[in-house]
Write a protein that binds this ligand. Sequence first.
Ligand SMILES: Nc1ncnc2c1ncn2[C@@H]1O[C@H](COP(=O)(O)OP(=O)(O)O)[C@@H](O)[C@H]1O
Ligand SMILES: [Mg+2]
Length: 356
Amino acid sequence: MTGKLVKLSKEKRMEQYSENILQSVASGVLTLNQKRLITTINTAAATILNFHPTAVLGRSYTVVFGKNQKIASLLKGVLHDGNEAIRQECEIERADGKIVCLGMSTTSLRDQQNKIIGAALVFTDLTDMKRLRDQVELSKRLTTMGEMSAWIAHEFRNYMGTILGLSRLLSKNINPDHPGQAMIKTINQELSSMDRLITEILSYAKMTAVQRVPVSLDTLIADLMEQFIAAGAYPHVRWSSSFAEGLKVSADPLLMQQAISNIIQNALEAMQGEGTIHIHAMARSEEMVEIKISDSGPGISKDHLDKIFLPFFTTKEKGTGLGLPLVQKIIVSHGGRVSVESMEGTGTTFTLYLPS
Ligand SMILES: Nc1ncnc2c1ncn2[C@@H]1O[C@H](COP(=O)(O)OP(=O)(O)O)[C@@H](O)[C@H]1O
Ligand SMILES: [Mg+2]
């Protein structure tokens, strides 16, 4: 009798002990049963996922992770086939709207007969690290681009100067109505296109200092839309917008304008003059603002989707392929990120996430 009591309290002590360990580890730990209901959640997991533990115990994992395909497939793997995963990156949208990047490992939980009865998910919050990694990668790319472009600007502009000088001289030396004048005009036009390209390369590669001030997004976007409409290049395009009133971000207004303009310009070019552009801005969470720019254009093929942010990737005859890399550079240097969703034949949406 006494022995049994001692044994029980020992078990209790062990339970308490593992509970203490579980609660004090820095990684998030969450366990689920076969029905994918949450059976344990430690303090770190609750903090990362921004839930109170008692609010989620016994509820479906989708309450904390949302309808996330990657997590759904990791769970299917571990609960059905016992396939455990290590350090998988999963991006989830929390209930408060914050996008969080998790580094996740899964382990199967088994009973004494070795039957799978649940799964443990162990995860850490990689959001800040990922942002830092993106910034380091971008600045590496920019340094190489910067060196290369300084060289291009210098060398090419010298040659271009000579060509331009000679073509002007030629133009003076031949009759004004000589057929050669038209060719000289074309040479000069091509030279200005080349000069524009060089200017764009330099503006992408130059590390601009971000001058942050509080910016009212509704005014900034409304002004931009008006400028595009007033320019009148695409009179048949329909514009619409929806903003949360008084929405502000701490940003460089000129750079923000440039980023949003580049996306709008691409949308206009893709739609070839017919269709709708919708701009939507709202607070995603207390720290995050979201701007969506959607068009009803032809969309971007899956093949192209992961290349559009690479410098010089273009599908346009006169494109530079620097518009979107510049957008990305601007948004990342504000501590934000850009994502794109596109359906062929339906349209494209670019989303900018910015810290407010
Ligand atoms: N809204 C859009 N709809 C369809 N394709 C797009 C859209 N935005 C960008 N793209 C694709 O991405 C490519 C890269 O865009 P960008 O970097 O601005 O360079 P450029 O406009 O000079 O081609 C474009 O050539 C186009 O193929
Ligand atoms: Mg462009």
